[in-house]
Design a binder for this molecule. Structure first.
Ligand SMILES: Nc1ncnc2c1ncn2[C@@H]1O[C@H](COP(=O)(O)OP(=O)(O)OP(=O)(O)O)[C@@H](O)[C@H]1O
Length: 778
């Protein structure tokens, strides 16, 4: 058992603010941060006399610390322990926007910004490959807790559009007070790519389920769990350990969030669950406290083992050090100091391989049955032994005789007919051998009784013995064929199951007009569904929305990076191929020289073998080149996969933001229409519109006045085109061909494309009909 307090780290988010409000003092065993609170701010503090606040951490990561360093110092030791069978938890705690998600999952822009989760996945698989004497398995689950409800983020069957679409996870407690999560799916990950796909699926589901009212990342807790098993070859024990990587909700105090309505409810839940977390931590820090209130919230129940239980736990306190965030950062650090007092008691989680246990139990049951049978009715078996049984008994007896192990036994069960048969068989053999063979009494080894007679195997020449051996061989063959068949069937079944469970694979989206749709998105993927269901107008609006979308630049940059990486990968691939061909050529050349030298017996003659030596040196050089490029290609592949993942994530976000914006625009339009219907019937009748891109985005609008049908691509920065009241007057107008007021009935040249024009006209007519129906009939 390892007794260890929770390790606490602090990370400062980079800021442009110049004024230095803190100082870090690095010591050998720990670091100390001192916050200097300016007088104006300190007035708002509870303890307003104090102007300096000092906190001690295992390590403090200043603003310029890169992700790799955080991973190495925080996560690597935890992972090493997980591989040895100890449970581990790393959780990030801090106010909204202080860098929790950045630390745990990573930033959306660069490969180097990958957070602890993707780095842990890579590290685990690297470690697996470095320990061939172990067989490892990895399984993954991803839980989100929002308003005290748990949701399974890894449900591949579901198309989610809101959080409630995801399967709900509930807590169950067994009689030993162990917590079980009902409905939380656990997925196998056989390699890094599969594991990253699961992370991507979870993150995508999390993002899709977000609404403007529910910025889940801020207001929910997320627990990504890696379940690892390790078994040393030949060993019957399995080590099982879990690594929880936790991104907690923002820790800011309720008063500061200006929460109201739904937000207030959420804020209450979040603050409550973090408050309960605090209660648990306070209780654990108190020496004589017996009751720890884990059950008060779902989060503390799930993380029960991580807090004061069988786990090695690490906390990262994330801090923003701008003046306005100072009080929150100080309370984050205070919280961390309390956490640091909690002692966990971690044990290696080992258990016997259930398959071996089952086999052993089966054998025991069989033996017990036999004993029982002998005890109850030793002669209970009736009738003669079948030919098959006789053959089997002969084989068993022969194996028994051939087995040189003194402890071996002849086990034929409780059937007295079989036991008698074997005795008879042994006696027959003995008599036959006595008759035919010379028997030499040989002094036995020290552990053998002196009067044991060893029979010389060379005298086993009877026909019966030979037959028995043949039968034995035949049976062995049959068994091995059956075992192979079983293995194949099992593999087929596993493949089938894996195929069913496999999440969508992320690859680079195709270039061209539809470049926002990743090529291999599952056809049921929510994003594809959304795009498929888009009307033409909506697609057009989407294209424009995309053009001006802030995050689009990131996507484009990633694509550029990918393009560059592909070119580099191609080049490396070519270099590798060339090196391989060269190596093959050099190998055959060196073989030829070698043969020649050997034939002339001049292998050791430095004058003769110089060509051989130089060929070998070139070979070594080429091999080194090959290895280097291969390694580079391998790294590049991981970077490419990550970039693809980031692109897709951004694309899903773009799609999601567009949907939110579109819905808002539709609602806005609806309201305007209603208003206009009351104010200006005639004008409303003549207006038809298609929602265009919103505020700050370029706009495509179609305006049809009572005398002119206008179509224009106009750009409005501040106002939506649905703001018809005044804004439509400001829009540039393009002349239409139709001049009559019955615009909807005439053939209008709107876009120049007759099909699209027909669509628009049909839309106008339909709209007009609806408006007419809505008019008060008098
Ligand atoms: N160390 C860092 N280096 C660079 N950028 C960072 C760093 N930490 C945070 N950021 C950036 O700051 C922003 C907010 O960070 P992040 O989303 O991780 O905060 P958070 O604490 O998880 O917030 P929330 O509680 O809302 O989830 C993001 O744009 C992120 O990329």
């Amino acid at each position: 058992m390892v007794k260890q307090t929770i390790q606490i780290f602090c990370r400062i988010k980079p800021t442009k603010a110049k004024k230095s409000l803190y100082e870090i003092d690095c010591k050998d065993s720990s670091d100390i941060i001192t916050f200097s609170v300016p007088k104006d701010v300190s007035e708002g503090f509870i303890n307003n006399k104090k102007e300096e606040y000092k906190f001690k951490f295992e390590r403090i990561f200043n603003q310029d610390t890169i992700q790799d360093d955080v991973f190495k110092q925080v996560a690597e030791p935890v992972i090493e322990n997980v591989l040895s069978g100890y449970n581990g938890t790393i959780f990030a705690y801090g106010q909204t926007g202080s860098g929790k998600t950045f630390t745990i999952t990573g930033g959306p822009e660069k490969y180097t910004d990958r957070g602890i989760i993707p780095r842990s996945i890579s590290y685990f698989f690297e470690m697996f490959s470095k320990k061939p004497e172990y067989s490892f398995t990895m399984h993954i689950s991803y839980l989100e807790i929002y308003n005290e409800n748990g949701y399974d983020l890894l449900d591949p069957q579901h198309q989610v559009s809101k959080l409630e679409d995801l399967p709900k996870v509930t807590l169950m407690e067994d009689e030993d007070n162990n917590i079980h999560l009902k409905n939380l799916s656990i997925h196998p990950a056989n390699n890094e790519e599969e594991a990253l796909n699961l992370l991507f699926l979870g993150d995508t589901n999390r993002m899709i389920a977000e609404t403007p009212m529910n910025q889940a990342s801020t207001r929910s807790h997320c627990i990504f769990t890696l379940h690892i098993t390790a078994r040393e070859t030949g060993s019957a024990t399995i080590r099982k350990a879990k690594l929880h990587l936790v991104d907690l909700a923002g820790s800011e105090r309720i008063g500061k969030t200006n929460a109201n309505g739904i937000l207030l409810t959420e804020a209450k839940y979040i603050n409550l669950s973090l408050h309960y977390l605090e209660q648990v931590i306070v209780a654990l820090a108190e020496k004589n406290r017996t009751h720890v209130p884990y059950r008060n919230s779902m989060m503390t129940s799930v993380l029960r083992d991580s807090l004061g239980g069988n786990c090695m736990t690490t906390m990262i306190a994330t801090c923003s050090i701008e003046k306005k965030n100072l009080d929150e950062s100080i309370s984050t650090c205070r919280f961390a100091q309390r956490v640091a007092m909690i002692k966990n008691e971690a044990i290696v989680n080992e258990e016997l391989d259930p398959r071996l246990v089952i086999n052993r139990l089966k054998r025991e049951v069989e033996e017990l049955k036999n004993q029982l049978s002998i005890a109850n009715n030793g002669e209970a078996f009736d009738g003669d032994l079948s030919q098959d049984e006789i053959e089997k008994l002969k084989i068993l007896t022969l194996r028994y005789l051939e087995d040189r192990d003194n402890d071996s036994s002849l086990n034929v069960g409780a059937d007295m007919r079989k036991i008698n048969f074997c005795f008879k068989l042994l006696k027959d053999m003995y008599i036959q051998l006595l008759a035919k063979s010379k028997i030499a009494p040989v002094p036995g080894p020290s552990n053998q009784p002196a009067n044991v007679t060893i029979i010389d195997a060379s005298h086993y020449d009877s026909k019966e013995l030979k037959d028995l051996k043949d039968t034995l061989r035949q049976r062995d063959n049959e068994i091995s064929i059956l075992v192979n068949m079983l293995k194949k069937e099992k593999k087929k079944f596993e493949d089938l199951m894996q195929g069913l469970l496999k999440p969508p694979v992320h690859v680079l989206s195709s270039s061209g007009s539809n470049d926002d749709l990743p090529k291999e998105f599952n056809k049921n993927h929510p994003k594809r569904q959304i795009l498929q269901n888009m009307s033409l107008g909506r697609q057009e609006a989407f294209e424009i929305f995309k053009r001006d979308y802030v995050g689009n630049q990131e996507i484009e940059e990633q694509k550029k990076f990918l393009k560059k990486s592909y070119a580099e990968a191609k080049m490396l691939g070519e270099l590798i191929n060339t090196a391989r061909t060269k190596l093959q050529h050099l190998k055959s050349k060196s073989e030829q020289i070698y043969l020649k030298l050997e034939a002339t017996n001049s292998l050791n003659d430095p004058r003769q073998n110089s060509e051989y030596e130089s060929t070998r040196k070139t070979m070594e050089f080429e091999k080194e080149n090959y290895r280097e490029n291969f390694e580079k290609l391998k790294n590049l592949k991981t970077q490419i996969e990550h970039a693809q993942y980031l692109i897709e994530k951004s694309q899903v976000k773009l799609q999601k933001d567009f949907e939110i914006w579109w819905t808002e625009q539709c609602e806005l339009n609806e309201q305007k229409q209603q208003r206009l219907l009351g104010n200006d019937q005639s004008r409303v009748e003549s207006i038809s519109s298609i929602p265009s891109t919103a505020n700050s985005l370029s706009t495509s609008s179609r305006i049809n006045s009572s005398t002119n049908t206008t179509l224009t691509n106009s750009y409005q920065n501040e106002k939506s085109v649905f703001d018809y009241g005044d804004s439509h007057r400001k829009l540039p107008q393009i002349e239409s061909e139709g001049k009559t007021s019955a615009a909807s009935n005439q053939k209008i040249n709107l876009t120049g494309d007759s099909e699209i024009d027909a669509d628009i006209t049909a839309f106008i007519n339909a709209r007009k009909r609806i408006i007419n129906q809505m008019k008060p009939k008098n």
